[in-house]
Design a protein around this ligand. Sequence first.
Ligand code: SF4
Length: 292
Amino acid sequence: MDERQRAKVKTMLEFYQDLGIEEFYIRRTEIAKAAPRPQRLTPDSADVQTLSTEKRSESRLQPIHASLGSPPVSQHQLGGSPQAAAAPGPAARPMSLFESASTTAPREHETLEEIHADLGECRRCRLASGRHTIVFGQGNPHAELIFVGEGPGADEDAQGIPFVGRAGRLLNRMIELAGMKREDVYICNVVKCRPPNNRTPLPDEIETCSPFLLRQIQAIKPRLVCCLGAPAVKTLLGAKEGITKIRGQFYDFQGTKALPTFHPAYVLRNPREEKILREDFQKIVDFLKSPC
Ligand code: SF4
């Protein structure tokens, strides 16, 4: 690598260090075959080959079940309908952020309060300039179930609480219909500041903000992460396929399970999909009732 590349990588690694991410692992790509074992990278020992955008993009097209460690967990395996066992998983996907970044031992026992304090009055990405309030997340710090949405809307931005607008009311209704209470679960988003005009967060905004989401999930250690909508699915699972195709199936995720489903805002725009959303919530309930 030349000096310019080295400096760029050093800066990036230092940034992730600030976020509490201290280890990066080399993926098993063509270029990494010579060194297939995980290697710890520090700002002073960056291997540009494994971190460059160009090379990372080469490694993205992999079956989701291969990269996540196992195929989607079928309903049959979970004690549900055998038909679901035949449901195909996503065929190919980009690498999720969490496969390139790892928060390990030193962060294992950090609390949500510590993560929140570390986030502070964050201005790490451009979304800071348009927000009123950072929407960190809300709910039970020991929840078995986490909902991850896309980003705060106007109501959330005003109140600093996730899912309080119309979509939030639908989510609350689904939670209650499933026999749970909102205070029993944890709710957060891929990005913590409202994107202008509620646009979809941009990849660099997600990449900057979502390490905090990862730390929140690791602090809570839920049994299930429910990804609400495509940005959450892409961020957490790296899934390339559309939400319609992969929703309602269980995937291995960070030692736990994840289930993608529709974002409530999408269901508000497409009321006929509420039936599907209810079905997915029933799967969540069945999963949580099953033995650990
Ligand atoms: S979206 Fe996340 S990274 Fe960007 S400013 Fe807000 S809290 Fe910071």
